[in-house]
Design a protein around this ligand. Structure first.
Ligand code: NI
Length: 177
């Protein structure tokens, strides 16, 4: 039995977040254990999506639960996700990120996408996502390519966010001395 663990989150401006994640060759018990830990970490935060790189592991896996508060939990594990097609139609959502706490910005992305992935059992799946799930999936798949949602805002705003989080990281280090 695997006891689930809440893992520490990697925060901006840690360069780990810019790493390119690699495909998972085989979906085995260790991969499933990581998925469970990622879900536990995401629910604890709380957040609606988390990529493995956000807990420091550069492998192509992400977890999402876009269910509403009053609904039952609906966790989905995506392994080696690939966007097969994106709609021309766009939608705008206010996004945030567990690696960039308490910062939010409106981001425009394709409104609908088709994604191919392996599930928690290693079975090939395809999902036609729209609404919040489509945005969330694109945000998390970006993470696997070292891309953050702040890369979709203006350079001026992005520089301000990075500066703020660099200062925060320094003060965290300072308080540990
Ligand atoms: Ni994120």
């Amino acid at each position: 039995m695997h006891a689930m663990t809440i893992k520490p989150l990697v925060l901006l401006p840690d360069p780990v977040l810019r790493k390119q994640s690699v495909d998972i060759e085989r979906v085995d018990e260790s991969v499933r254990a990581l998925a469970d830990d990622m879900l536990e970490t995401m629910y604890d935060a709380p957040g609606i999506g988390l990529a493995a790189i956000q807990v420091g592991i550069a492998r192509r896996m992400l977890v999402i639960d876009c269910s509403k508060d009053e609904e039952d939990k609906a966790p989905i594990v995506f392994i080696n996700p690939q966007i097969l097609s994106s709609s021309d139609e766009r939608s705008i959502y206010e996004e945030g990120c567990l690696s960039i706490p308490d910062y939010y910005a409106e981001i425009e992305r394709p409104a609908e996408i088709v994604v191919d992935y392996l599930d928690r059992e290693g079975k090939q799946q395809q999902i036609n996502a729209d609404g919040l799930l489509a945005t969330c999936l694109q945000h998390e798949i970006d993470h696997l390519n070292g891309v953050l949602f702040i890369d979709h805002i203006s350079k001026l705003k992005r520089n301000m966010v990075v500066k703020k989080f660099t200062k925060l990281a320094r003060s965290r280090e300072g308080s540990q001395l």
